[in-house]
Design a protein. Structure first.
Length: 80
């Protein structure tokens, strides 16, 4: 399970290789009102996501589909 992190989390590469626990907390759009599945997953940061905002990760397709309906596209998350 891999992810790209926003610039603040990525911290000029300092977060590369770090693991984060991520879980879906809700939808960001009306298209999929109940996107969350299962519980938390652990992902490893392998890249920078320059377009991601604060508190955002770009999850691999496999990682995203473990915690949410892939049709949702974007979701709200908690992480640590």
């Amino acid at each position: 399970m891999i992810a790209a992190a926003n610039p603040a989390i990525f911290n000029n590469g300092a977060a590369c290789g770090r693991s984060y626990s991520i879980r879906c907390t809700g939808p960001t759009n009306q298209g999929v009102p109940q996107p969350c599945r299962n519980g938390a997953i652990t992902v490893r940061v392998v890249d920078l996501c320059p377009g991601c905002g604060a508190n955002q990760f770009d999850l691999s397709r496999e990682a995203f589909s473990m915690i949410a309906d892939p049709d949702a596209g974007r979701i709200l998350i908690d992480y640590n």
